[in-house]
Write a protein that binds this ligand. Structure first.
Ligand code: BEZ
Length: 367
């Protein structure tokens, strides 16, 4: 009698507390939704979850990922949200050969200098949405910009991508402001922006921090004179809480709320029915992490240790995502459209494509 294959042990390393807690929930929801649509199996194996709350704290990340690998013996790591945590996970995944799919953390190095046969992303590199919105801001005729972000890999790299896109298109970044993650004391920096008087502002914040920043920017009276731009994390999953302060904000991201394709409409309906809330980009990235895991594992008949076979299958695949179809680069990062979106009411509405089939340069990747 043939034995049923062993359960696939999936380690979810996501934030359950702190400013990114809601992002972690959306990723897990998306993952579980795809799994349920597949009858609870990926690559022919039933799934068993092991979870740690990584608290978006890079200093605890190595210990946390080792709990999943050494204590729980997981076959695959799914995580994380914060770039610093994602880099620590990638370091351990690379050292142990454990399959890893990163459903958010944008650190460029994960699919750049740290790239590996067993490490994949269902999300983006920090450079991608930053570069796209830089080009889009210049195309709107703005000549000078200030940037404001948290001081860690995601903020630094999105601002760098923005600057590259903006300055290559003829703009000039005249002020670069940061504050430590996850601080939300924005007032003194907003005063600096008011006196610098740039044509426009670029910002990266996400989760609870993005809610406060967008409200404070409006409250300081800046929004009507200095238009606010950002990577789409600034307004994704946050619009209920930001209210009218977010109206008109322009962002770039690989997802939007009104794509109105049959694929996305079906996803949004299923998500809303299951979780009694609207999906956002994080839910899509979780859903696609599960899709990618299923595609790769099916190709290697459920053998999560066959990372070379898994990679060969994924780099040939087209992922039928709610965001639109995308492919996976040689460095294992999505090659995808970056939409230009504008907040209207409670939606991030797509108003164009800021950058078509944008591929991260994957600097330093040798696979
Ligand atoms: C990051 O740390 O990479 C990140 C966190 C939240 C949203 C987007 C990126």
């Amino acid at each position: 009698m043939a034995q049923a294959p062993q359960k696939l042990k999936v380690g979810l390393m996501l934030p359950a507390t702190g400013t990114f807690a809601a992002l972690g929930t959306a990723i897990e929801n998306g993952f579980r939704l795809h799994l349920a649509e597949q009858g609870g199996k990926l690559g022919g194996r039933e799934v068993e979850f092991f979870k740690v709350d990584d608290e978006s704290d890079p200093s605890k990340a190595i210990d946390n990922v080792n709990k999943l690998i050494k204590r729980d013996n997981v076959d695959v790591l799914i995580g994380s949200v914060h770039s610093g945590v994602a880099m620590a996970m990638a370091r351990v995944a690379k050292g142990t050969g454990t399959l890893m799919i990163n459903p958010n953390g944008g650190a460029d190095a994960v699919t750049g200098s740290m790239c590996a046969v067993n490490i994949f992303r269902s999300s983006f590199s920090n450079w991608q949405p930053g570069f796209a919105i830089g080009q889009a801001m210049a195309a709107k005729g703005h000549k000078t910009a200030a940037t404001i972000t948290w001081k860690y890999a995601a903020g630094d790299e999105m601002a760098k991508g923005f600057k590259e896109g903006f300055e290559k298109s003829g703009g000039k970044v005249t002020k670069e402001l940061t504050l430590p993650f996850p601080n939300v004391e924005f007032q003194s920096l907003l005063t600096e922006i008011a006196s610098a008087k740039p044509d426009a502002v670029f910002s990266f914040f996400a989760g609870g921090g993005a809610v406060k920043f967008v409200k404070d920017y409006d409250g300081a009276g800046l929004k009507k004179n200095i238009p606010l731009f950002g990577t789409g994390f600034l307004t994704d999953g946050t619009l209920e809480a930001q209210g009218a302060s977010a109206e008109g904000v322009l962002t770039s991201l690989h997802y939007a709320d009104n794509l109105n394709t049959p694929r996305d409409n079906a996803f949004r309906l299923a998500y809303a029915k299951t979780f009694k809330m609207q999906p956002d980009v994080y839910a899509v990235q979780g859903y696609d992490a599960a899709q990618m895991l299923g595609i790769g594992l099916t190709a290697v008949k459920g053998d999560a240790k066959n990372t070379a076979g898994f990679a060969a299958a994924l780099t040939k695949a087209t992922i039928d995502s709610p965001r639109g179809k995308f492919t996976i680069s040689k460095a294992h990062n999505p090659i995808q459209d970056m939409y230009l979106r504008q907040v209207s009411g409670k939606e991030n509405k797509v108003i164009g494509v800021a950058s078509k089939a944008l591929e991260d340069p994957a600097t330093g990747c040798r696979i």
